[in-house]
Design a protein around this ligand. Structure first.
Ligand code: SF4
Length: 203
């Protein structure tokens, strides 16, 4: 598995904010080639190159983990679906819950029992691969200049089981925060997600 970094921290975003997790950031992202708009504000561009980081044996990595929850992120982690499936199997054997953070454009492997699936659909289309149907626990929607409440409403109707986390884009300043708050106030099932780890100066 090509891994950019592994670190313990608090989950800073969404439903699990404040919960300790080990973050495993995989190398490689399809957003630049797919023309996704998140490349404008991505806070981990160092993850885009599939050759970044180093090759790690999943068995060795799984044996080193000490927290009860792992967040697999990227880049786009599902570009390494085979290694992800093996990793999830090893974590399951150790009783460690595996959370996934994905942009939702690559297929979700049917056999991988993720404990939590967070999909953050990206502009301009905000499309989600059909393999995710009924398997999304949380939609994380970033409020940038392009996001509109109608997009969230469409996704909410498509994935009614998912929690909806509305997150102002970090570099967007007060305008984005106010837009996000207004959206949550007019959609009471939605909730505001702030990047707690950034506020606390955590990795
Ligand atoms: S999908 Fe994620 S890692 Fe890739 S460019 Fe977009 S925000 Fe960055």
């Amino acid at each position: 598995m090509r891994v950019l970094e592994v670190f313990d921290s608090l989950q800073g975003e969404g439903v699990w904010a404040g919960v300790p997790m080990t973050f495993v950031r995989l190398a490689g992202c399809n957003a630049p080639l797919a023309g996704l708009g998140c490349v404008r504000w991505c806070d981990t561009p160092q993850s885009w190159d599939p050759e970044s980081g180093s090759e790690v044996e999943v068995e060795e990595l799984a044996a080193q983990l000490r927290l009860p929850r792992v967040c697999l992120t990227g880049g786009e982690p599902l570009l390494q679906a085979e290694a992800t499936a093996r990793f999830s199997q090893l974590l399951e054997e150790r009783g460690i819950a595996l959370h996934l953070e994905t942009n939702g454009t690559a297929a979700l492997p049917a056999e991988v029992p993720f404990a939590w699936v967070t999909v953050s659909p990206k502009p301009p289309s905000y499309e989600v691969d059909p393999s995710f149907h009924a398997r999304i626990d949380e939609l994380k929607l970033v409020v940038d200049g392009e996001f509109a409440p109608e997009i969230g409403e469409r996704l909410e109707a498509e994935f009614p089981q998912a929690a909806i986390s509305i997150q102002p884009e970090a570099a967007g300043g007060e305008d984005m925060v106010h837009s996000a708050v207004d959206m949550v106030l007019s959609h009471p099932r939605w909730r505001l997600s702030l990047q707690l780890h950034k506020l606390l100066g955590l990795p």
